[in-house]
Design a protein around this ligand. Structure first.
Ligand code: SAM
Length: 265
């Protein structure tokens, strides 16, 4: 059996389906249906995850002036991918996509076959040293110059026993001063987890084998030792919203993700 024959539901394809994409199978749609049942507004949540990623890329490239981005857990190509947003602002921005899913890698390589500025590397977030040492990454990224590290919608797939804090620390240790780290993470609201949150986490765990919501304070702790960019670690709606960013009050589903951007001193 090759990697492509597998009917197992998979994180990237479940997410693709929730985003309205077509690169998914019946097994992925079944998991998505269980998540939708638990959290009927989940589509708004995933669309806002993408919108948030876009705001951060615009901030890092357009405002901070970074010209290199490493996006770990990049996912299946969709509308407005990181390299497109970045290179619309600054065409020479170098982008490295890293994912551990062979289907994601195949799609991304096909999309980027002609691009000199954007490459795709196979890598597992749980082995940060291997990502930093990957020749494709080191050929494409100048580790003497600041870069943006994007961890969007991926750290909640690293279980406690896989030491997510160690993973982030090892990556940050490998970055030059002046680099930025962005985290988007699914959370259990600090007060108490409601039924929908618990059921959504269970649907992820059962469906794709992993998924660990954390509290906002636990997510903030991943950025300890770094300089938090205003407004700090907050929900998606609160991080430098655009005019059309939906409000938290009207959309409680948006309480379920925390985001933060921080600079390495
Ligand atoms: C929910 S998608 C997020 C895609 C994109 N970053 C976004 O936020 O729109 C999560 C991605 O992380 C990848 N992923 C999950 N665990 C990973 C790991 N340990 N190492 C590398 N990639 C991983 C999955 O294959 C998937 O493509």
């Amino acid at each position: 059996m090759t990697d492509f024959d597998t009917p197992q539901p998979n994180i990237a394809r479940v997410y693709d389906f929730l985003l309205g994409g077509k690169d998914n199978y019946a097994s992925d749609r079944e998991v998505a249906a269980r998540i939708e049942q638990a959290l009927p507004a989940v589509h708004l949540g995933v669309r806002q995850q993408r919108a948030m990623l876009g705001r951060v890329v615009r901030y890092l490239v357009g405002e901070v002036g970074l010209r290199q981005l490493v996006d770990i857990g990049s996912g299946l190509p969709t509308a407005d991918n990181v390299h497109q947003i970045a290179q619309r602002l600054e065409p020479d921005t170098q982008v490295v996509y890293v994912d551990n899913d062979p289907v994601v890698l195949a799609h991304a390589r096909a999309l980027l076959a002609d691009s000199k500025e954007t490459v795709v590397a196979a890598g597992d977030l749980r082995d940060p040293a291997a990502i930093l040492a990957d020749p494709l990454v080191s050929q494409h990224i100048d580790f003497e110059q600041p870069l943006g590290l994007l961890l969007c919608g991926i750290l909640h797939y690293v279980l406690d026993e896989e030491e997510p804090a160690r993973v982030v620390r090892q990556l940050v240790d490998g970055l030059p001063s002046g680099s930025y780290v962005f985290i988007h993470h699914l959370i259990t609201p600090d007060e108490s987890a409601d039924e929908g949150t618990v059921a959504a986490e269970a649907a992820l765990r059962q469906g794709v084998g992993r998924g660990q919501f954390r509290t906002l304070s636990q997510v903030a702790a991943f950025l300890d030792g770094l300089e938090l960019v205003e407004p700090g670690v907050v929900t998606v709606s609160e991080w430098r919203p655009d005019e059309d960013t939906p409000s938290l009050t009207d959309n409680p589903v948006l309480r379920l993700a925390a985001v933060g951007v921080a600079r390495k001193p």
